[in-house]
Structure formats: C-alpha cells, structure tokens
Write a protein that binds this ligand. Sequence first.
Ligand code: ADP
Ligand code: MG
Length: 238
Amino acid sequence: NETLAIESQKLSVAGQLAAGIAHEVRNPLTSINGFLQLLRDEADEKTKEYLGIVFSEIKRIELVLSELLILAKPQSVTYKRINIIETLDHVSKLLNTNAILYNIEIQTEFHERELYIRGDENQLKQVFINLIKNAIEAMPHGGTITIHADFNSHNKVQLMFKDEGVGMKKETLDKLGEPFFTTKTKGTGLGLTICLRILRDHGADIRVQSEQGEGTTFHIMFDGVQSSERKKREVLQR
Ligand code: ADP
Ligand code: MG
C-alpha cells in the first residue's frame, strides 16, 4: 500500500481553457437568473414548480463556474510567511459544523503551535477545504478525520489529511486530479484539480495513499520557514 505522487501536468490544458470560458458564461447566466426571478413572481403554481427545477440547475452551473474560476490564475495572490497551524485550525473549525451533521469528528494533531511556510493563505484554505470536504463525502456512515502537521529534519513541513472512508480503487487513483473526473453523482471533479494547481504554485508536493473500505490519506509537503521561536531555541542550544 505505497503512496502515490499525483502529477500536476494533468491539470494544464482542459482546466485552464475552461476557466476562460467560465468567465464569459457567468455574466449572461446572472442576467438569466435575474429575469427568471421576475417571471416567478407572476407565475402560476405549475410554472413555479418548473422554475424551481430551472433554478436548481442554474445553481449547479454556478457551482461549476465558480470552481473553474478558482482554477484560473487568481488576480491577487500574495505570498507571505504564514503559520499553517492557524490556517488549519481555522479551516477545521469552519467545517466542523458541517461534519457533525454527518456524524464525523475532525481531530487535529499538532505537535507545534507554530509551523511557518511561505504561501497565500486564501488559496491554501481552498486546498484544505477541498480535501476535508472529500473526506466528509467519503464517510457516509461517519467516523474520524485526522489532520496532522509537523516538520522534519530537512525543514519540510508535512501535513496529513486522513479519513476512514470508502477509499479508492486503482482506476480512481490513476485519474485523481484530472479536470472533471468524479465518481459522485453531484460532483464537479474540479476539487482536486484546484488543489493540484495551488500546491504546484506553492512548490509543494502531494501524495495519496488509499485502501478500499479502509480510508484515504493525503500527504502534503512544503518547504518550511523557520519560526522565530525555533530559531531562538537553536541559538540558545549552540
Ligand atoms: P468531486 O469531489 O467533485 O468528485 P474531486 O476532484 O474533489 O471532485 O475528487 C475527485 C474524485 O476523487 C472523487 O469523485 C472521488 O472518487 C475521489 N476522492 C477524492 N478524495 C477522496 C477521499 N478522501 N476518499 C475517497 N475518494 C476520494
Ligand atoms: Mg471534491
């Protein structure tokens, strides 16, 4: 059960092109939505029922578009020194209410209070949200999601997102990260594509380990930036 590196070249062509198109489709869609809302106010019951279906389909298109737009090169990316522990804490709290609904507990295993990397916090949040959402969706009967963070002797910051979900078969693992690849009826297949793009831009490495019926673990590795606390400790030890 070895870990598998996910190749980032999978995301280039289709994803980037579609992102450009997404921008063009969004404006007319907003206008369609607005005029349909007006029609609904004057509609009879039967028409209202049909419009309900139309609105839910529009929502679905909007979801795909918003994910495609995240895939497009974002306008304002600011790379700063960030404490990844804080970011992970924030995201796990954010998704905890959602997890509880599915009988899922999100556990964090942080051995340090500060682990610094260089990155764009909003983009990294996007990555962590996508991974945790997938973990939640993989555990229909509940369970535990473990988020682990530590650093190694080569000054790498390593993160782990572990679930106890359905796991993946080989064919799924091979396609992981391809734009629009999904095994879910309501999936977009863009979540991991987004993760790969953002992590590649951060020079980070992502690997996956999965066993059907057992669960899945994603490993992410960043170059660490030393914290002032750890630097001080090292100076004192000299
Ligand atoms: P989506 O969630 O919309 O299907 P993603 O790109 O996020 O798209 O994931 C693609 C596919 O990878 C999923 O449909 C699922 O088959 C598989 N997958 C991703 N994460 C997990 C996980 N934690 N456990 C099991 N399968 C997963
Ligand atoms: Mg997903």
